[in-house]
Design a protein around this ligand. Structure first.
Ligand code: NAP
Ligand code: MG
Length: 405
Protein backbone atom coordinates (compact mmCIF):
# COMPACT_ATOMS: atom_id res chain seq x y z
CA UNK A 1 0.00 0.00 0.00
CA UNK A 2 3.02 2.30 0.41
CA UNK A 3 3.71 4.50 -2.61
CA UNK A 4 0.21 3.97 -3.96
CA UNK A 5 -0.21 5.54 -7.38
CA UNK A 6 -3.77 6.63 -7.87
CA UNK A 7 -5.68 4.73 -10.55
CA UNK A 8 -6.62 6.95 -13.45
CA UNK A 9 -9.83 6.76 -15.46
CA UNK A 10 -10.09 7.26 -19.21
CA UNK A 11 -13.81 7.97 -19.52
CA UNK A 12 -15.90 9.88 -16.99
CA UNK A 13 -18.51 8.16 -14.89
CA UNK A 14 -21.85 9.96 -14.62
CA UNK A 15 -22.26 10.81 -10.93
CA UNK A 16 -25.81 11.55 -9.72
CA UNK A 17 -25.81 12.90 -6.18
CA UNK A 18 -28.96 12.64 -4.06
CA UNK A 19 -30.69 13.41 -0.78
CA UNK A 20 -30.71 13.12 3.00
CA UNK A 21 -28.75 10.35 4.75
CA UNK A 22 -27.60 8.77 1.51
CA UNK A 23 -26.16 12.13 0.42
CA UNK A 24 -24.10 12.17 3.64
CA UNK A 25 -22.97 8.59 2.99
CA UNK A 26 -22.18 9.46 -0.64
CA UNK A 27 -19.60 12.04 0.41
CA UNK A 28 -18.13 9.77 3.09
CA UNK A 29 -17.66 6.94 0.58
CA UNK A 30 -15.86 9.26 -1.82
CA UNK A 31 -13.67 10.85 0.83
CA UNK A 32 -12.77 7.69 2.75
CA UNK A 33 -12.75 4.92 0.15
CA UNK A 34 -12.48 6.35 -3.35
CA UNK A 35 -10.52 9.58 -3.79
CA UNK A 36 -7.46 8.37 -1.80
CA UNK A 37 -7.05 5.51 -4.31
CA UNK A 38 -8.64 6.59 -7.57
CA UNK A 39 -8.22 9.78 -9.52
CA UNK A 40 -12.01 9.93 -9.83
CA UNK A 41 -13.12 11.11 -13.22
CA UNK A 42 -16.83 11.88 -12.92
CA UNK A 43 -19.28 14.22 -14.57
CA UNK A 44 -21.24 15.46 -11.57
CA UNK A 45 -25.01 16.03 -11.54
CA UNK A 46 -26.67 17.17 -8.34
CA UNK A 47 -30.03 15.39 -8.17
CA UNK A 48 -30.62 16.61 -4.62
CA UNK A 49 -34.19 17.91 -4.39
CA UNK A 50 -33.16 21.56 -3.97
CA UNK A 51 -31.12 21.52 -7.15
CA UNK A 52 -33.78 19.62 -9.07
CA UNK A 53 -36.20 22.36 -8.04
CA UNK A 54 -33.77 25.14 -8.97
CA UNK A 55 -33.28 23.65 -12.46
CA UNK A 56 -36.96 22.76 -12.95
CA UNK A 57 -35.79 19.13 -12.97
CA UNK A 58 -33.64 19.72 -16.07
CA UNK A 59 -30.67 18.28 -14.14
CA UNK A 60 -32.35 14.88 -14.00
CA UNK A 61 -32.89 14.86 -17.76
CA UNK A 62 -29.32 16.04 -18.35
CA UNK A 63 -27.92 13.29 -16.14
CA UNK A 64 -29.86 10.65 -18.06
CA UNK A 65 -28.64 12.05 -21.39
CA UNK A 66 -25.07 12.03 -20.05
CA UNK A 67 -25.56 8.33 -19.22
CA UNK A 68 -26.42 7.75 -22.88
CA UNK A 69 -23.25 9.60 -23.85
CA UNK A 70 -20.79 7.88 -21.49
CA UNK A 71 -22.55 4.55 -20.87
CA UNK A 72 -22.19 4.19 -17.08
CA UNK A 73 -23.76 6.11 -14.19
CA UNK A 74 -23.86 5.80 -10.40
CA UNK A 75 -26.84 7.26 -8.57
CA UNK A 76 -27.48 8.20 -4.95
CA UNK A 77 -30.98 7.67 -3.52
CA UNK A 78 -33.25 10.65 -4.11
CA UNK A 79 -36.46 11.94 -2.58
CA UNK A 80 -39.56 11.36 -4.67
CA UNK A 81 -41.54 14.50 -3.98
CA UNK A 82 -44.98 14.21 -2.40
CA UNK A 83 -47.25 16.81 -0.80
CA UNK A 84 -45.23 16.82 2.44
CA UNK A 85 -41.93 17.35 0.60
CA UNK A 86 -43.42 20.22 -1.44
CA UNK A 87 -43.98 22.04 1.85
CA UNK A 88 -40.75 20.90 3.50
CA UNK A 89 -38.57 22.07 0.58
CA UNK A 90 -40.87 24.84 -0.62
CA UNK A 91 -40.92 23.31 -4.10
CA UNK A 92 -42.17 25.01 -7.25
CA UNK A 93 -43.81 21.75 -8.32
CA UNK A 94 -44.24 18.17 -7.19
CA UNK A 95 -41.39 16.92 -9.38
CA UNK A 96 -41.65 13.44 -10.83
CA UNK A 97 -39.64 10.54 -9.46
CA UNK A 98 -36.06 10.90 -10.81
CA UNK A 99 -35.87 7.15 -11.26
CA UNK A 100 -38.99 7.24 -13.39
CA UNK A 101 -37.58 10.07 -15.52
CA UNK A 102 -34.24 8.32 -15.99
CA UNK A 103 -35.90 5.01 -16.80
CA UNK A 104 -38.15 6.67 -19.38
CA UNK A 105 -35.09 8.14 -21.15
CA UNK A 106 -32.89 5.03 -20.96
CA UNK A 107 -35.78 2.56 -21.49
CA UNK A 108 -34.23 0.03 -19.20
CA UNK A 109 -34.84 -3.01 -17.08
CA UNK A 110 -33.99 -2.94 -13.37
CA UNK A 111 -32.01 -5.84 -11.89
CA UNK A 112 -31.90 -6.24 -8.11
CA UNK A 113 -29.39 -8.47 -6.39
CA UNK A 114 -28.86 -9.12 -2.67
CA UNK A 115 -25.34 -9.04 -1.19
CA UNK A 116 -24.76 -12.12 0.93
CA UNK A 117 -22.53 -12.20 4.01
CA UNK A 118 -21.67 -14.95 6.47
CA UNK A 119 -23.44 -14.53 9.77
CA UNK A 120 -26.72 -13.45 8.21
CA UNK A 121 -28.78 -16.46 7.23
CA UNK A 122 -31.58 -15.91 4.70
CA UNK A 123 -35.05 -16.83 5.93
CA UNK A 124 -34.82 -19.53 3.27
CA UNK A 125 -31.56 -21.11 4.42
CA UNK A 126 -30.98 -23.07 1.19
CA UNK A 127 -30.42 -19.76 -0.63
CA UNK A 128 -26.64 -19.72 -0.53
CA UNK A 129 -26.24 -17.70 -3.75
CA UNK A 130 -27.96 -14.46 -4.68
CA UNK A 131 -31.16 -14.40 -6.72
CA UNK A 132 -31.36 -11.43 -9.08
CA UNK A 133 -34.84 -10.19 -9.94
CA UNK A 134 -35.33 -8.54 -13.33
CA UNK A 135 -38.62 -6.70 -13.43
CA UNK A 136 -40.30 -5.59 -16.63
CA UNK A 137 -41.04 -1.91 -16.01
CA UNK A 138 -43.83 -1.21 -18.50
CA UNK A 139 -47.54 -1.86 -18.76
CA UNK A 140 -49.93 -4.56 -17.54
CA UNK A 141 -51.76 -3.58 -14.37
CA UNK A 142 -49.56 -0.45 -13.95
CA UNK A 143 -51.11 1.08 -17.08
CA UNK A 144 -54.58 -0.36 -16.69
CA UNK A 145 -57.99 1.15 -17.21
CA UNK A 146 -60.72 -0.02 -14.90
CA UNK A 147 -64.42 0.32 -14.37
CA UNK A 148 -67.12 -0.82 -12.01
CA UNK A 149 -69.92 -2.41 -13.97
CA UNK A 150 -73.61 -2.30 -13.01
CA UNK A 151 -75.88 -5.35 -13.06
CA UNK A 152 -77.38 -6.14 -16.43
CA UNK A 153 -74.53 -4.56 -18.41
CA UNK A 154 -72.62 -6.20 -21.23
CA UNK A 155 -68.89 -5.52 -21.56
CA UNK A 156 -67.02 -5.89 -24.85
CA UNK A 157 -63.50 -5.26 -26.13
CA UNK A 158 -63.48 -3.08 -29.21
CA UNK A 159 -60.32 -2.79 -31.31
CA UNK A 160 -60.49 -0.19 -34.09
CA UNK A 161 -57.68 -0.77 -36.56
CA UNK A 162 -55.81 1.78 -38.64
CA UNK A 163 -57.96 1.00 -41.72
CA UNK A 164 -61.13 1.57 -39.69
CA UNK A 165 -62.10 -2.09 -39.44
CA UNK A 166 -63.25 -3.30 -36.05
CA UNK A 167 -62.81 -6.39 -33.95
CA UNK A 168 -65.24 -6.91 -31.09
CA UNK A 169 -64.79 -9.50 -28.32
CA UNK A 170 -67.33 -10.21 -25.62
CA UNK A 171 -65.82 -9.92 -22.14
CA UNK A 172 -68.81 -10.72 -19.99
CA UNK A 173 -72.56 -10.33 -19.68
CA UNK A 174 -73.03 -9.12 -16.13
CA UNK A 175 -76.08 -10.53 -14.34
CA UNK A 176 -75.00 -8.94 -11.08
CA UNK A 177 -72.74 -5.91 -10.63
CA UNK A 178 -68.97 -6.35 -10.94
CA UNK A 179 -65.64 -4.89 -12.00
CA UNK A 180 -63.59 -4.76 -15.18
CA UNK A 181 -59.97 -4.11 -16.09
CA UNK A 182 -58.21 -3.44 -19.39
CA UNK A 183 -54.49 -4.22 -19.65
CA UNK A 184 -52.01 -3.76 -22.44
CA UNK A 185 -48.39 -4.22 -23.33
CA UNK A 186 -46.19 -3.60 -26.39
CA UNK A 187 -43.99 -5.91 -28.46
CA UNK A 188 -41.23 -3.26 -28.47
CA UNK A 189 -41.18 -3.04 -24.71
CA UNK A 190 -41.22 -6.81 -24.24
CA UNK A 191 -38.40 -7.14 -26.79
CA UNK A 192 -36.16 -4.63 -25.02
CA UNK A 193 -36.93 -6.33 -21.72
CA UNK A 194 -35.87 -9.66 -23.23
CA UNK A 195 -32.64 -8.21 -24.67
CA UNK A 196 -31.74 -6.58 -21.36
CA UNK A 197 -32.29 -9.88 -19.53
CA UNK A 198 -30.28 -12.01 -21.98
CA UNK A 199 -27.44 -9.48 -22.03
CA UNK A 200 -27.32 -9.22 -18.26
CA UNK A 201 -27.28 -13.01 -17.92
CA UNK A 202 -24.24 -13.09 -20.23
CA UNK A 203 -22.64 -10.29 -18.20
CA UNK A 204 -23.08 -12.19 -14.95
CA UNK A 205 -22.59 -15.64 -16.53
CA UNK A 206 -25.71 -16.85 -14.75
CA UNK A 207 -28.74 -18.79 -15.94
CA UNK A 208 -31.86 -16.83 -16.85
CA UNK A 209 -35.30 -17.97 -15.72
CA UNK A 210 -38.50 -16.51 -17.10
CA UNK A 211 -42.07 -17.36 -16.20
CA UNK A 212 -45.58 -16.25 -17.10
CA UNK A 213 -49.07 -17.77 -16.97
CA UNK A 214 -49.22 -18.64 -20.66
CA UNK A 215 -51.43 -21.71 -20.12
CA UNK A 216 -54.25 -19.45 -18.94
CA UNK A 217 -53.37 -16.31 -20.88
CA UNK A 218 -52.95 -17.85 -24.31
CA UNK A 219 -52.48 -14.60 -26.23
CA UNK A 220 -51.19 -12.03 -23.72
CA UNK A 221 -48.74 -13.98 -21.59
CA UNK A 222 -48.02 -16.29 -24.49
CA UNK A 223 -46.74 -13.29 -26.46
CA UNK A 224 -44.14 -12.69 -23.72
CA UNK A 225 -43.07 -16.32 -23.88
CA UNK A 226 -42.82 -16.31 -27.69
CA UNK A 227 -40.87 -13.04 -27.87
CA UNK A 228 -38.34 -14.29 -25.33
CA UNK A 229 -37.95 -17.59 -27.19
CA UNK A 230 -37.59 -15.97 -30.64
CA UNK A 231 -34.97 -13.52 -29.41
CA UNK A 232 -33.13 -16.24 -27.55
CA UNK A 233 -33.00 -18.58 -30.54
CA UNK A 234 -31.99 -15.80 -32.94
CA UNK A 235 -29.49 -13.75 -30.92
CA UNK A 236 -28.36 -15.50 -27.76
CA UNK A 237 -28.54 -19.30 -28.01
CA UNK A 238 -24.95 -19.70 -29.20
CA UNK A 239 -23.60 -17.10 -26.80
CA UNK A 240 -25.32 -18.82 -23.88
CA UNK A 241 -23.92 -22.19 -24.92
CA UNK A 242 -20.42 -20.74 -25.18
CA UNK A 243 -20.80 -19.12 -21.75
CA UNK A 244 -22.11 -22.40 -20.30
CA UNK A 245 -25.37 -20.87 -19.11
CA UNK A 246 -29.01 -21.75 -19.72
CA UNK A 247 -32.27 -20.01 -20.58
CA UNK A 248 -35.14 -21.68 -18.79
CA UNK A 249 -38.86 -20.95 -19.24
CA UNK A 250 -41.58 -22.28 -16.98
CA UNK A 251 -44.99 -21.35 -15.54
CA UNK A 252 -45.01 -18.69 -12.83
CA UNK A 253 -46.40 -20.99 -10.12
CA UNK A 254 -43.84 -23.67 -10.99
CA UNK A 255 -41.13 -20.98 -10.93
CA UNK A 256 -42.10 -19.88 -7.42
CA UNK A 257 -41.90 -23.45 -6.17
CA UNK A 258 -38.52 -23.98 -7.84
CA UNK A 259 -37.12 -20.69 -6.54
CA UNK A 260 -37.95 -21.59 -2.96
CA UNK A 261 -36.27 -25.00 -3.35
CA UNK A 262 -33.24 -23.61 -5.18
CA UNK A 263 -29.84 -22.57 -3.90
CA UNK A 264 -29.97 -19.28 -5.88
CA UNK A 265 -27.36 -18.11 -8.33
CA UNK A 266 -29.56 -17.13 -11.31
CA UNK A 267 -31.52 -14.22 -12.75
CA UNK A 268 -35.29 -14.41 -12.49
CA UNK A 269 -37.06 -12.31 -15.12
CA UNK A 270 -40.56 -11.30 -14.06
CA UNK A 271 -43.50 -9.54 -15.65
CA UNK A 272 -44.24 -6.17 -14.08
CA UNK A 273 -46.60 -7.28 -11.30
CA UNK A 274 -44.74 -10.52 -10.57
CA UNK A 275 -41.52 -8.50 -10.27
CA UNK A 276 -43.11 -6.02 -7.86
CA UNK A 277 -44.30 -8.81 -5.58
CA UNK A 278 -41.35 -11.18 -5.92
CA UNK A 279 -38.66 -8.54 -5.42
CA UNK A 280 -40.08 -7.71 -1.99
CA UNK A 281 -40.30 -11.40 -1.18
CA UNK A 282 -36.70 -12.05 -2.29
CA UNK A 283 -35.32 -8.92 -0.56
CA UNK A 284 -37.04 -9.75 2.72
CA UNK A 285 -36.05 -13.38 2.64
CA UNK A 286 -32.40 -12.45 2.08
CA UNK A 287 -32.52 -10.17 5.12
CA UNK A 288 -32.25 -6.45 4.43
CA UNK A 289 -33.08 -3.74 1.93
CA UNK A 290 -29.80 -2.12 2.90
CA UNK A 291 -28.02 -5.09 1.26
CA UNK A 292 -29.82 -4.92 -2.12
CA UNK A 293 -28.09 -3.50 -5.15
CA UNK A 294 -29.94 -2.28 -8.17
CA UNK A 295 -28.84 -1.63 -11.72
CA UNK A 296 -30.79 -0.27 -14.65
CA UNK A 297 -29.64 -1.82 -17.94
CA UNK A 298 -30.85 -0.31 -21.18
CA UNK A 299 -31.28 -2.34 -24.37
CA UNK A 300 -28.43 -0.32 -25.93
CA UNK A 301 -26.15 -1.40 -23.09
CA UNK A 302 -26.11 1.67 -20.81
CA UNK A 303 -25.81 1.00 -17.07
CA UNK A 304 -27.03 2.98 -14.08
CA UNK A 305 -26.09 1.62 -10.63
CA UNK A 306 -27.80 2.51 -7.34
CA UNK A 307 -28.90 1.15 -3.98
CA UNK A 308 -32.38 -0.37 -3.78
CA UNK A 309 -33.29 1.56 -0.61
CA UNK A 310 -34.35 5.18 -0.21
CA UNK A 311 -32.76 8.19 1.46
CA UNK A 312 -33.18 6.75 5.00
CA UNK A 313 -35.02 9.86 6.18
CA UNK A 314 -35.43 8.83 9.82
CA UNK A 315 -31.66 8.45 10.26
CA UNK A 316 -31.06 11.78 8.52
CA UNK A 317 -33.30 13.70 10.93
CA UNK A 318 -31.44 12.08 13.79
CA UNK A 319 -28.14 13.07 12.17
CA UNK A 320 -29.36 16.67 11.74
CA UNK A 321 -30.18 16.83 15.45
CA UNK A 322 -26.58 15.81 16.16
CA UNK A 323 -27.46 12.25 17.10
CA UNK A 324 -25.18 9.36 16.17
CA UNK A 325 -26.32 7.12 13.33
CA UNK A 326 -25.54 3.59 12.26
CA UNK A 327 -26.71 3.63 8.66
CA UNK A 328 -25.66 0.81 6.37
CA UNK A 329 -23.65 2.11 3.41
CA UNK A 330 -23.13 -1.25 1.67
CA UNK A 331 -25.72 -0.91 -1.09
CA UNK A 332 -24.53 2.61 -1.94
CA UNK A 333 -20.91 1.49 -1.85
CA UNK A 334 -21.72 -1.44 -4.16
CA UNK A 335 -23.41 0.98 -6.55
CA UNK A 336 -20.01 2.72 -6.79
CA UNK A 337 -18.03 -0.49 -7.14
CA UNK A 338 -20.48 -1.82 -9.74
CA UNK A 339 -20.16 1.37 -11.78
CA UNK A 340 -16.36 1.54 -11.44
CA UNK A 341 -15.98 -2.11 -12.44
CA UNK A 342 -18.24 -1.66 -15.47
CA UNK A 343 -16.32 1.51 -16.45
CA UNK A 344 -13.09 -0.43 -16.07
CA UNK A 345 -14.39 -3.31 -18.21
CA UNK A 346 -15.55 -0.98 -20.98
CA UNK A 347 -12.26 0.96 -20.95
CA UNK A 348 -9.98 -2.07 -20.59
CA UNK A 349 -8.81 -0.60 -17.31
CA UNK A 350 -7.88 -3.71 -15.30
CA UNK A 351 -6.57 -1.79 -12.28
CA UNK A 352 -9.96 -0.11 -11.88
CA UNK A 353 -11.71 -3.49 -12.10
CA UNK A 354 -9.32 -4.97 -9.52
CA UNK A 355 -9.82 -2.02 -7.19
CA UNK A 356 -13.63 -2.35 -7.35
CA UNK A 357 -13.38 -6.09 -6.61
CA UNK A 358 -11.04 -5.52 -3.66
CA UNK A 359 -13.25 -2.80 -2.23
CA UNK A 360 -16.24 -5.16 -2.33
CA UNK A 361 -14.19 -7.90 -0.70
CA UNK A 362 -13.01 -5.47 1.98
CA UNK A 363 -16.62 -4.50 2.77
CA UNK A 364 -17.78 -8.10 3.08
CA UNK A 365 -14.68 -9.17 5.06
CA UNK A 366 -15.27 -6.30 7.49
CA UNK A 367 -18.82 -7.47 8.21
CA UNK A 368 -17.76 -11.11 8.39
CA UNK A 369 -15.09 -10.08 10.90
CA UNK A 370 -17.90 -8.80 13.11
CA UNK A 371 -17.88 -5.05 12.41
CA UNK A 372 -21.24 -3.87 11.06
CA UNK A 373 -24.03 -1.32 11.27
CA UNK A 374 -27.00 -1.76 13.59
CA UNK A 375 -29.43 -3.14 11.02
CA UNK A 376 -27.09 -6.09 10.34
CA UNK A 377 -25.97 -6.59 13.94
CA UNK A 378 -29.60 -7.19 14.92
CA UNK A 379 -29.79 -10.07 12.39
CA UNK A 380 -26.27 -11.46 12.66
CA UNK A 381 -25.54 -14.75 14.34
CA UNK A 382 -21.81 -14.05 14.63
CA UNK A 383 -20.76 -14.30 18.28
CA UNK A 384 -18.55 -11.21 18.02
CA UNK A 385 -20.93 -8.91 16.09
CA UNK A 386 -20.23 -5.31 17.03
CA UNK A 387 -22.37 -2.32 16.05
CA UNK A 388 -20.48 0.70 14.76
CA UNK A 389 -21.57 4.14 13.52
CA UNK A 390 -22.04 5.19 9.90
CA UNK A 391 -18.59 6.69 9.44
CA UNK A 392 -16.83 4.23 11.73
CA UNK A 393 -17.96 1.39 9.48
CA UNK A 394 -16.44 3.01 6.40
CA UNK A 395 -13.19 3.64 8.29
CA UNK A 396 -13.11 -0.05 9.23
CA UNK A 397 -13.62 -0.98 5.57
CA UNK A 398 -10.68 1.25 4.71
CA UNK A 399 -8.49 -0.58 7.23
CA UNK A 400 -9.45 -3.89 5.62
CA UNK A 401 -8.94 -2.49 2.13
CA UNK A 402 -5.42 -1.31 2.98
CA UNK A 403 -4.45 -4.89 3.79
CA UNK A 404 -5.74 -6.05 0.37
CA UNK A 405 -4.09 -3.42 -1.81
P1 NAP B 1 -35.90 4.04 3.03
O1 NAP B 1 -35.08 5.22 2.87
O2 NAP B 1 -35.55 2.86 2.20
O3 NAP B 1 -35.90 3.64 4.56
C1 NAP B 1 -36.91 2.89 5.19
C2 NAP B 1 -36.36 2.26 6.45
O4 NAP B 1 -35.58 1.11 6.10
C3 NAP B 1 -35.42 3.14 7.24
O5 NAP B 1 -36.11 4.02 8.09
C4 NAP B 1 -34.56 2.12 7.94
O6 NAP B 1 -35.24 1.52 9.04
C5 NAP B 1 -34.41 1.05 6.88
N1 NAP B 1 -33.25 1.30 6.01
C6 NAP B 1 -33.28 1.58 4.68
N2 NAP B 1 -32.05 1.72 4.21
C7 NAP B 1 -31.21 1.56 5.26
C8 NAP B 1 -29.81 1.61 5.40
N3 NAP B 1 -29.01 1.88 4.35
N4 NAP B 1 -29.27 1.40 6.62
C9 NAP B 1 -30.05 1.13 7.67
N5 NAP B 1 -31.40 1.07 7.61
C10 NAP B 1 -31.97 1.27 6.41
O7 NAP B 1 -37.42 4.38 2.68
P2 NAP B 1 -38.34 5.60 3.17
O8 NAP B 1 -37.89 6.12 4.50
O9 NAP B 1 -39.71 5.10 2.98
O10 NAP B 1 -38.11 6.73 2.10
C11 NAP B 1 -37.29 7.87 2.31
C12 NAP B 1 -37.18 8.62 1.01
O11 NAP B 1 -36.51 7.84 0.05
C13 NAP B 1 -38.52 9.01 0.40
O12 NAP B 1 -38.53 10.40 0.13
C14 NAP B 1 -38.60 8.22 -0.89
O13 NAP B 1 -39.18 8.97 -1.92
C15 NAP B 1 -37.15 7.96 -1.20
N6 NAP B 1 -36.88 6.72 -1.96
C16 NAP B 1 -35.96 6.80 -2.94
C17 NAP B 1 -35.59 5.68 -3.64
C18 NAP B 1 -34.55 5.81 -4.71
O14 NAP B 1 -34.00 6.87 -4.93
N7 NAP B 1 -34.20 4.74 -5.39
C19 NAP B 1 -36.14 4.44 -3.33
C20 NAP B 1 -37.07 4.37 -2.29
C21 NAP B 1 -37.43 5.51 -1.61
P3 NAP B 1 -35.14 2.08 10.55
O15 NAP B 1 -35.63 3.50 10.50
O16 NAP B 1 -36.06 1.16 11.27
O17 NAP B 1 -33.72 2.00 10.99
MG1 MG C 1 -43.40 -2.74 -4.59
Amino acid sequence: MENWTKITMKTPLVEMDGDEMTRIIWKMIKDILLTPYVDLNTEYYDLGLEHRDATNDQVTIDSALATKKYGVAVKCATITANAERVTEYNLKEMWKSPNGTIRAILDGTVFRTPILVKGITPFIPSWTKPITIARHAYGDVYKNVEATVPAGAKAELLITKEDGSEEKILIHEYKGAGVLQGLHNLDDSIESFAHACFQYALDLKQDLWFATKDTISKKYDHRFKDIFQEIYDRDYKEKFETAGIEYFYTLIDDAVARVVRSEGGYIWACKNYDGDVMSDMVATAFGSLAMMTSVLVSPEGFYEYEAAHGTVQRHYYKHLKGGSTSTNSIATLFAWTGALRKRGELDDNQSLVDFANKLEKASIDTIENGIMTGDLASMSNLPNAKTVGTEEFLLAVRDTLETLL
